[in-house]
Design a protein around this ligand. Sequence first.
Ligand code: NAD
Ligand code: UDP
Length: 334
Amino acid sequence: MAILVLGGAGYIGSHTVDRLVENGYDVAVVDNLVTGHKAAINPKARFYEGDVRDKKFMNDVFDKEDIEGVIHFAAFSVVPESMEKPLKYFDNNTGGMISLLEVMNAHNVKKIVFSSTAATYGEPKQIPIKETDPQVPTNPYGESKLAMEKIMHWSDVAYGIKFVALRYFNVAGAKPDGSIGEDHHPETHLVPIILQVASGERDQLTIFGDDYDTPDGTNVRDYVHVLDLADAHILALKYLQAGNDSDAFNLGSSTGFSNKQMLDAARDVTGKPIPAKMGPRRAGDPSTLIAASDKARKVLGWKPQFDDVHEIIKTAWNWKETHPKGYDDQKGNQ
Ligand code: NAD
Ligand code: UDP
């Protein structure tokens, strides 16, 4: 039977498809290539180009494929854009989940692993953040993902669709052989932006705010390597295959790095000066996000391999140096 990966042409999805294939899974991918890249998909996976919200298209895919479970990455995920265009986020993310669960239920597919996010917690009351802590998002992106978690919960109650919500903290890095990596247009994430400056593609980094209540005044985040994240999805699939109940897990390193510390680490790794200036706060940014991730380690048996941000940045830099223009496919569409 096949695992259907929605959003498998995207950054995290393509690394997960690759790991699934390496682990002997039969994989099908759905992606509309709105931000993804066809060239990122492992050629051993079958690719269907289309939109998760298109129920006719999705029904056809579910008719053709013998699907055991779904891994759902297909979403928009840029916090500042979501502040300006909330409806775009609720339509694609939350709307997409409703269509998907209808199609899954109609085809009796009862397992889903879902890309959730630390953004569902909002401004945390305590650090590190536990799965049981209040979820009060500070931006529409996080709200759209929280709604997706809740929709899955009620679909479990009503239809017995079991889910694992994986709440990622900050994802970075690339496959160490440099064959796939992160390529967003426009790029908004800290690590690839720093590396764009290191490579000369961008003049300087603007750090968004140094007046936060953190040791150096800049935001603190918890970075996890994309391959460790990919492996967590395989463990979550196995958890559902073993007949376990729906649950949510944080995926992070449980260590925080400030934006200034990330800049220094990138200067070390690349040996480049990486000019930077301070700018105003970015709307919707919580001050500090660090995961308590012992639950994923204990229950799923997750053992992240990359525990040093230098190593994470090194793999992203290797991808950047070998693919200065990313997938070179003119803005994600091929
Ligand atoms: P990405 O934009 O690279 O990947 C998303 C993929 O989904 C793209 O290939 C895109 O073309 C596809 N897609 C989007 N809407 C679609 C639709 N309606 N139908 C079909 N395909 C669609 O993003 P990413 O960084 O790989 O993130 C993947 C998931 O992880 C997202 O759901 C995001 O919310 C979540 N997440 C990411 C991070 C991070 O740091 N990158 C952190 C927390 C959570
Ligand atoms: N950031 C920054 N400058 C940039 C991009 C990001 O200072 O050009 C900061 C951002 O404000 C946040 C951290 O880097 O504090 C991580 O942001 P990113 O968008 O990578 O991930 P997020 O935490 O929003 O999921």
